[in-house]
Design a protein around this ligand. Structure first.
Ligand SMILES: [Mn+2]
Length: 205
């Protein structure tokens, strides 16, 4: 499934596919725009199929209803919600327009890379472990964003190859980058969730 969202500040394209033989995906994506931010969340429920979907859905329900909370508090609520499920790995990005910073928080293996127009790349190392209701130590980080920047957030169902970086080191709409990536990607026998974004406007201009 491919979805494109053209928003004033950025365009965002989402790709999702389900592991062969399963009827539902354990990965989930949520994107929302408000007057002051765009929030992107990607989860991967542990395992696959219905139990994984249930775990992901419990987290996404919290995020849908509480995306205005500071990310640390939001993650704490997600952590409470996954208790009794298989658990999830999760990344949340909040592009805050007034501060021109992305607030970023992560637990476990959801990868994220930011590509700046000057060719610089920032790739936070995903934290170990997963969210299961037990104590976690994740704290939000602040990453600057600017016009012309690209980003990708993806579950481990995408086996990211170093050659892919070249796709995002140019100023292209998210839609075009996603189409090229989908052509190149290899099958991993897992659910896949990919979110690609391209920042169009200087949010403070
Ligand atoms: Mn996975």
């Amino acid at each position: 499934m491919i979805e494109h969202q053209m928003m004033d500040e950025m365009d965002v394209s989402v790709y999702q596919s389900t592991k062969k033989g399963n009827w539902c995906s354990g990965d989930a994506v949520f994107v929302i725009r408000t007057g002051s931010y765009i929030l992107v969340a990607v989860t991967d429920g542990l395992g696959s199929g219905e139990d994984a979907q249930k775990a992901s859905e419990s987290v996404m329900a919290i995020i849908r209803n509480n995306h205005d909370l500071p990310l640390g508090s939001l993650l704490d609520r997600c952590n409470t919600a996954v208790w009794g499920t298989r658990g999830v790995v999760l990344s949340i990005l909040k592009f805050d327009f007034p501060s021109r910073h992305v607030e970023y928080i992560n637990v476990g293996n959801i990868s994220c890379t930011f590509y700046y127009p000057n060719g610089k790349m920032y790739r936070p190392v995903p934290s170990r472990g997963y969210l299961s209701g037990r104590k976690h130590l994740s704290k939000p980080a602040m990453v600057p964003f600017e016009k012309g920047m690209n980003f990708i957030v993806h579950s481990d169902g995408l086996a990211f190859q170093p050659a892919y970086h070249a796709l995002f080191n140019q100023s292209l709409p998210a839609k075009d980058m996603l189409e090229m990536l989908v052509e190149l990607k290899v099958d991993t026998n897992d659910d896949v969730a990919i979110v690609l974004g391209h920042v169009n406007l200087d949010p403070t201009a």
